[in-house]
Design a binder for this molecule. Structure first.
Ligand SMILES: Cc1ncc(COP(=O)(O)O)c(C=O)c1O
Length: 367
């Protein structure tokens, strides 16, 4: 049999992609390390899980599992439009916000243009850009945050898309309304600005911008959101975007007809109706964040101040031995060398117990 180099046959952009490294499942680690009761603080999930109303809503779908879901997401769009006070034709629903980010890239990026991202920004932006063969410009971060002036300076005739995460994962840094609007005022109106608000519910800063309202003033601005974080529904995969109706129209043309499943559609309606659960989740996060920050200070560790549901801690040296030590104590956090932060680890804020277990394990490992 002749041997074919299937890697070389792939489009050059795809060849350059580094595979996404998801955290190992807890069960696999428990088997490998011979531990039980592992605490997973590695993927910025909601430690409270979803609302009980969400869990109850899933059973309503069981009798209909043989049928295709509503490909138009009619009910969800109606409900979201009411809840967010936006026109339904500005909404696009996706299988997680990753799906929506990919749809945007497929609509607007090509081999002839480029996207701009910041150093230390979310891994999916380079992934969706490269998959299409578009060029990727990475702007050095400033104090771990996106440098908007440098981003403006980097815009060229080829620029079609700019990704901004607000707040950003894995740094937890954020952009205030003044800086964002000054930036948007200067961006050419044929450049699509994607404002990723996956963690916006957690932010409690007065000058945090209202991205959705800004889409009225800036038609080239697209906001993406998710039910994976504060709503605790990461396994169900549901995200959406708010954009100019023409952008939504194009995204809807290329999405898979049934990109969102019936369970997530039912669950998201129930989730919107339980805002108390979101409030509880945010309160628990804020308290946990203050606790872990204080413990880091006590242990003499630096960290990047974060407004998300995670904190990135600076060990001032290769963080992998600390990661391994924590793993052997049964606590999984996230190494972020792939984000060019090899001396840092990102920890998701957990329940009070989980946070204490993390701090105790950290103290032991550092000794
Ligand atoms: C900044 C950011 N955007 C988007 C997502 C994607 O979330 P999902 O596809 O679950 O909606 C994540 C997930 O970790 C994220 O950190």
């Amino acid at each position: 049999m002749k041997s074919v180099d299937f890697i070389k046959l792939a489009s050059s952009g795809v060849q350059e992609i580094q595979p996404y490294q998801p955290g190992k499942p807890v069960e696999e680690l428990e088997r490998e390390l011979g531990l039980t009761n592992i605490v997973k603080l590695a993927s910025n999930e909601n430690p409270l899980g979803p609302s009980e109303k969400v869990i109850a809503s899933l059973a309503s779908v069981y009798p209909e599992l043989a049928r295709y879901p509503d490909g138009s997401a009619y009910e969800l769009k109606r409900r979201l439009s009411e809840f967010l006070n936006v026109a339904e034709n500005k909404l696009t629903i996706g299988n997680g916000s990753n799906d929506v980010l990919e749809l945007l890239a497929r609509v607007y990026l090509s081999r002839d243009n480029e996207s701009i991202i910041s150093q230390h920004s979310f891994v999916v932006y380079p992934l969706v850009t490269r998959a299409i063969g578009a060029e990727l410009k990475v702007i050095p971060a400033k104090n771990y945050s996106q440098d908007l002036d440098a981003t403006l300076d980097a815009i060229s005739g080829k620029t079609r898309m700019i990704f901004i995460a607000n707040p950003n994962n894995p740094t937890g840094t954020w952009i205030n309304e003044d800086d964002l609007t000054k930036f948007l005022d200067q961006v050419r109106d044929d450049v699509i600005v994607v404002l990723d608000e996956a963690y916006f519910e957690y932010v409690q800063e007065a000058s945090y911008p209202n991205g959705i309202a800004l889409t009225e003033k800036y038609p080239n601005l697209v906001v993406t959101r998710t039910f994976s974080k504060a709503y605790g529904m990461a396994a169900l995969r549901l995200g959406y975007s708010i954009s100019h109706p023409d952008i939504a129209d194009l995204m809807n043309r290329i999405r898979q007809p049934f990109n969102v499943n019936a369970m997530s559609l039912a669950a998201s309606l129930a989730a919107i109706d339980d805002q108390d659960h979101v409030r509880r989740s945010v309160e628990m996060n804020t308290a946990g964040m203050r606790y872990i920050e204080a413990e880091c200070q006590r242990l003499g560790l630096g960290f990047i101040p974060s407004v998300g549901n995670f904190l990135t801690i600076d060990f001032g040296r290769d963080a992998m031995p600390i990661y391994d030590g924590l793993l052997h104590e049964g606590v999984i956090v996230r190494p972020i060398g792939v984000y060019e932060l090899p001396n840092h680890l990102r920890v998701t804020i957990g329940t009070t117990d989980e946070n204490q277990r993390f701090v105790n394990a950290l103290e032991k490992v550092l000794k």
